[in-house]
Design a protein around this ligand. Sequence first.
Ligand code: ARG
Length: 599
Amino acid sequence: MDALRHTFEQQLAAALPGVDITLERPRSGELGDLAFPCFRAAKQLGKNPAQLAQELAGAVCIEGAALVPAGPYLNLKLTPAARAGAVLGALLTAPAAQPYGSRPATGRKVIVEYSSPNIAKLFTIGHLRSTMIGHALAQVNQFLGHEVIRLNHLGDWGTQFGTLLAAYTRWAQDGNANLEADFDWAEPAPDKRRTPLFRLFQLYVRFHAEEEADPAMRDEARGWFRRLEEGDAEARRLWAWFREISLREFQRIYDRLGVAFDTLAQGEAFYEDRLVPTMDRLAAAGLLVEGDKGARIINLEDVGITTPCLVQKGDGTSIYATRDLAAALYRQEAYAFDRCLYVVGTDQVLHFQQIFAVLAKLDPWFQGRMLHTPFGMVKLPEGKMSTRKGNVIFLEDVLDEARERVAAIIQEKNPDLADKEAVAELLGMGAVVFFDAMNDRVKPITFTWDRVIALDGDTGPYVQYAHARILSVLRKAGEGWAAQAQPGSAQGPCLPFAPLSLPADLGGLAAPEAQALLFELAGLPVAIAGAAEANMATPLARQLVTLARTFSGYYTNCPILAPENTPEVREARLALCVATARALRQGLHLMGIQAPEEM
Ligand code: ARG
């Protein structure tokens, strides 16, 4: 396809000297494989676009393709045999190390910072967004040849630790929350609600509830945070222990989600030693201004941001922004990155505008490298979730519930399935993760069980089902066909499939449904590149649904194992099945979703 695109572009460029050639993908495979919109060129030449399309059709000539003017577009449409050869060839003969749609190394370094939960709070459904959007962006960028560094800016520092320390020292010894004594690390907690992390969370919620009536408690919390920043031994010991408890639970969730980071050691606390040098640098650059009550701020009005960036409180303690500045400076030094993506909610848009503006003032190197990719909050039908108030939906509950609902469906429809539990887990996860990806990144999502768990329509299980159905056809075909859809073990974002040679006769793929499927397979690399460009998995998720749906048309209309098929027809159709299974599995893998072979 790349070669075809190149030839088409070259011929158009020769016919239209001085005109910028940008090709598109037609809406459907019936129109063609590539489209040249003539509007801009026509304007430049003072012609009517439809007339220009007509003229160009006569001027361009490509073997195996027809040039079809369609209104203001010039479409290039491959003959059925040429399309089958081009798409199947690209898919099946791709070397294992360079899967279909992936790109060779670019030498560019991309940091993706995602998930970044706050220590001592539980993972909620809200954290799924940052975690899975970030995971998909990391996967896709790496697939497209960039070197990706996966970072997690753990919230392991900040005033909330003052609150926790105050709450813990107040109540944790009163018998009902003696966290240390009550938990045996070697044993899994008998009830997931009885983990130390959950108790810490309860303490946190209780503190905020009681603090309303007793404002002195606020000073108590502030006092503890100051002790922590000053290195007080007791405060440090408890802090380290809260962190440990939290990381164990987070790690369990990351393992379940199949998400991994280059390091979990670069949370907010990691930058503690760098806060003073960062403040010094800001001062040396003449950026620091005295704000209210001795606070230090940076004015950004000159760059159109009316709210100044607060970098130090009046009591001398650091804040979130200071640590982000220190982190960016550290990353510049440690990674010399080309791009740094921050996958963080829309509620922090101003924060990142401020941080990026301050960085650009400090060093123009940062300009154009920093990108906040915000995502909409998850809301409950009754309003915004709030950890402080305790009205949240925990991610693990969602994953468990999804698994259970799927398990009930399997029990009803396919009770003899091997490994029912494991399949239910993969499908439940697929449902939840895919639901998230199908939602536009920046729009808020209202969480309702019915929408998340729905197993029909544009869902993960629908795509997973298409994959499993293909595998079932391949198993029936025998002769080692199923093995062709089996990848070696994943190498990061790439599923290594052994290259296969293309069947000699592709005549069995001339039917419109087979051609439509080939067209959508050709759309997969476009969707992957689109996901990287839009910084969200949505274009990829949509293409996978389209592929699954198109496969269904192919399956119904082009009998694959019918006894009357000639061996050539059978082979060509099976090869298209293998290609589709590979594409679906690779696409899901980029999103962090696994595809079971049977369901
Ligand atoms: N821990 C923060 C939160 O839960 C998100 C951190 C985002 N990353 C950053 N570099 N500020 O809201």
